[in-house]
Design a protein around this ligand. Sequence first.
Ligand code: GLY
Length: 353
Amino acid sequence: MTDVLSRREFLVSTAGGLAASATLGIPHPMRPPRPLPPTPRWAARPVIVASGNGLRAVQRAFELIMQGTDPLDAVVEGVKIQELDPNDDSVGYGGLPNADGVVQLDASCMHGPTKRAGAVGALENIKTPSEVAKLVLKYTNHVFLVGEGAKRFALSYGFEEEDLLTERSRQKWLRWRANRNPKDDYLDVPETEQMVVRPTGTINCEAVTPNGAIASVTTTSGLAWKIPGRVGDSPIIGAGQYCDNDVGAAGSTGRGESNIKVCGGFLTVEHMRRGMKPTDACLETLTRVVAMTEARLLNERGRPKFGLEFYAVNKRGEFGCASLYAGEDFAVHDGTAARLVDAAHLYDEPEPA
Ligand code: GLY
């Protein structure tokens, strides 16, 4: 297949593509969907990988890449399902708030074919930070916008300002605040009422298309009850995710501070560049995380007191995931069906409570 289109072919494919993207409902697509080459000419085995909360994301993103949709458009459409879901309290709308009760969202993405990156941090009142990160990538000379500036940027593209705190997440925050300090003026929540542990949920999603195009995105509401203004690993290019179209992509969920210190997304891709398979690359990055962990965060056996996971795909469409502790899974669609797969792990025991 040639890359050179006649003017007529171009007009036909563009018109068809624009109609298709409107049908797909993808705002600001990277490019209109285009037909895939015949199967024997595929450059890679198509695959979508996501964190364990991304079963719907891999389903949606896989459908899209098989319609010829750009891989970044596909993964952003996938993670938006979680961002818009009020019952996922680790991502987007309904995410657990910071210590002041304000939801601040982080996201980043990379697009292998164009070598572009975009990110937003501490974004308030916009439900889908992954889309805003994609707009930074697509329409600006910058990589990373934060806070009020990021919000104004989103509003300029037609996003609506909305209250992201659902009644469910507000109730969890109120209970956390009540029990935070036994000496303050808030009466403690009775022991019998369920307390919320401090979660660090996030969704990472990566795509390899049949053409061998790669993209990745990570989006989160970050650590619940964080100090206002705290930004985790998710919007840090090279930590929360990284993508190099010649090698592959990698991303992370879990304790962001521990990932930032090893630039885990980048490091995992570099391990694959040196020839490691995706799962081995993820495990190798986790060993670096352990080596870089402060003593206060290690238990009596020298193991981290937190959870962290890495996800990776390579240029051929091979994929993998590894977690510090046993019992984690991740979501995959590689042509059969969206499914959850057990993650590899460093330690053969569940994550410490
Ligand atoms: N990995 C998500 C966060 O730490 O914010």
